[in-house]
Design a protein around this ligand. Structure first.
Ligand code: AMP
Length: 282
């Protein structure tokens, strides 16, 4: 298995493969890989000649320095997991300096307003960081297709916009959310949950499923109130936001309209660990 740390090395490697007419499927990750990541990698392997996985904890997308410091970093175990899937995967695991040089700055993007909703509202600068690192990575890897999880649904919409804005040719593919048997969406941050938090956290998906069930019979205000109540006296989980939003622009709504696609989005703190999830409603 090839693990590149230098951008020029992977750039040359991929350029040679592309000259041979090979398609490249790219999966950007921050590592601490789990089955959710591996499902994306498997899809990239199936649909392309070569799969490239980046493992990079991107400093510019963290608005909370404690979260950045505590983010799990398990490169050796990640490479081992990937090599079990296929020895032919190419891994790109650069240092921040390799990606950004001496100036770790984000580009300031206008994604048409979706960057100011939900995650953008609660994590200022987050999507500028995401857009900036992906611009760098798409330029270095020049992928045919890139795979993103619906777990970060807002990010997936941002990436589609980024590709439009930067006039890049990569095809962006969204993949379903991978869950524990308990319903908890897999996340690298789950590794930091203690026993009590882990036991409490399936409530997040339970609430989303109930909202999905009741979406046809209750109005949005009632649903918002019901969700708040579910977390009110919970010792382990604190609700940061719950929103029902239009898929088209991710604006939250208070009233449903016909012929409009909606999704419910949630962010919850378990102690200092922030968990997000979402579900399609219609
Ligand atoms: P991350 O390492 O958290 O930046 O995630 C890398 C990619 O994996 C992103 O496209 C995520 O949306 C995706 N991903 C993370 N967790 C899951 C999951 N439970 N199911 C599906 N995709 C996921």
């Amino acid at each position: 298995m090839q693990v590149h740390e230098k951008r020029l090395d992977i750039k040359h490697n991929v350029a040679t493969l592309k000259k041979q007419g090979k398609t490249i499927g790219f999966v950007p990750t921050m590592g601490a890989l789990h089955q959710g990541h591996l499902a994306l990698v498997e899809r990239a392997i199936q649909e392309n000649d070569v799969a490239v996985v980046s493992i990079f904890v991107n400093p510019t997308q963290f608005n909370n320095s404690e979260d950045l410091v505590n983010y799990p970093r398990t490169l050796e175990a990640d490479v081992e997991l990937l090599s079990k899937l296929s020895e032919d995967i190419i891994v790109f695991a650069p240092s921040p300096v390799e990606v950004y040089g001496d100036h770790m700055n984000s580009i300031s993007y206008d994604f048409g307003g979706i960057e100011n909703e939900m995650e953008g509202k609660y994590r200022p600068g987050h999507f500028d960081g995401v857009g900036t690192v992906l611009k760098h990575f798409f330029t270095i890897v020049s992928p045919t297709r890139a795979y993103f999880g619906e777990k970060d649904f807002q990010q997936l919409q941002i990436v589609k916009k980024l590709v439009e804005i930067e006039k890049m040719t990569v095809e962006i593919i969204g993949c379903p959310i991978f869950r524990e048997a308990s319903g908890l969406a897999l996340s690298s941050r789950n590794k930091r949950l203690n026993k009590d938090q882990l036991q409490a956290s399936p409530l997040i998906y339970k609430v989303l499923k109930r909202v999905h069930k009741d979406f046809g019979i209750k109005n949005v205000i009632e649903l918002n109130e019901w969700v708040s109540q579910q977390f009110e006296n919970n010792k382990e989980l604190e609700l940061e936001y719950f929103e029902i939003a239009k898929v088209s622009d991710l604006r939250s709504i208070t009233q449903k309209q016909n012929d409009t696609k909606y999704r419910a989005f949630i962010a919850v703190f378990a102690g200092k660990i922030r968990l997000i999830d979402n579900i399609a409603l219609n």
